[in-house]
Design a protein around this ligand. Structure first.
Ligand code: KIV
Length: 272
């Protein structure tokens, strides 16, 4: 009799335990087919609110709603078998109070089946992170560049270049670490600061534009696949160039439809 081994999904605690063992691998995913393709290669998949810009063409992540996050969280859970799935809390769903944050995070966990939520913020969000983790909701923190704050910070640029910025990132990272986050995304942060906080924090750091010194890395999958090409920040590497392939396929399809060479005989239902 053959015994089939059933591989269990990685948990937030498994991700946390990888610190000091090996680099943690993560990508964003928003749909079932992409989640299926990425799942065998990553430790966790983030259903990031970047979907507002990548899928919906919004100018920033501020317009993303709970309903959008839940629909895409459900889609990713249908495609991912092994990776831990984390869903972003969108702007406005958690900043007002820790109670509101709990209600919305619990709704995301219940309605998607994901294992954890991510929220942006430093010292000002530490009480909320503690409140959620004490009540059964694992939290992935997010410090450094915080895209949901675009309207007050005014731009996407790397941080940690002034004494004030360095002090803020140190303070934010420590506060979220002390509050019990199982890992912390560090975005758009200069290498020496990312290295320092990585060496000091209990939780693993997951870098995006924060150097190889972090405990793991994350990229927006549409960026690294070369699908989203509106702009390419310095920290993005295209591991594939899918945009021209998609354009070429559409061009060939259009030509064949116009020439009536598609659909061919093999694509046609006939009565024998
Ligand atoms: O929304 C997102 O995709 C993110 C990653 C860029 C970390 O927050």
């Amino acid at each position: 009799m053959s015994v089939q081994s059933s591989k269990r999904r990685l948990s937030p605690a498994n991700i946390e335990a990888l610190k000091g063992q090996r680099p943690i691998v993560s990508l964003t995913a928003y749909t079932t087919p992409i989640a299926k393709l990425l799942d065998p290669h990553v430790d966790f998949l983030l259903v990031g609110d970047s979907l507002g810009m990548v899928l919906y063409g919004l100018d920033s992540t501020v317009g993303v709603t709970m309903d959008m996050m839940i629909a895409h969280g459900q889609a990713v859970m249908r495609g991912a078998q092994n990776a831990c799935v984390v869903v972003d809390l969108p702007f406005g769903s958690y900043q007002e109070s820790k109670e509101l944050a709990f209600r919305n995070a619990a709704r995301i966990l219940k309605e998607t089946g994901c294992s954890a939520v991510k929220l942006e913020g430093g010292a000002e969000m530490a009480e909320t992170v503690d409140f959620l983790t004490q009540r059964g909701i694992p939290v992935l923190g997010h410090v450094g560049l915080m895209p949901q704050l675009i309207n007050t910070t005014g731009g996407y640029r790397s941080l940690g270049r002034t004494d004030r910025e360095v002090a803020k990132i140190r303070r934010d990272a420590k506060a979220i670490d002390d509050a019990g986050a199982f890992a912390i995304v560090v975005e758009g942060t200069v290498e020496p600061v990312a290295r320092e906080i990585t060496s000091k924090l209990r939780a693993p750091t997951i870098g995006i534009g924060a150097s190889p010194a972090c405990d793991g890395q994350i990229l927006v999958s549409d960026d690294m696949l070369g699908i989203f090409t509106d702009f390419k920040p310095r920290f993005v590497k295209h591991f594939a160039e899918l945009a021209p392939l998609i354009g070429k396929a559409a061009e060939e399809y259009a030509a064949e439809v116009k020439a009536r060479t598609f659909p061919g005989d093999e694509h046609t239902f006939r009565i024998k």
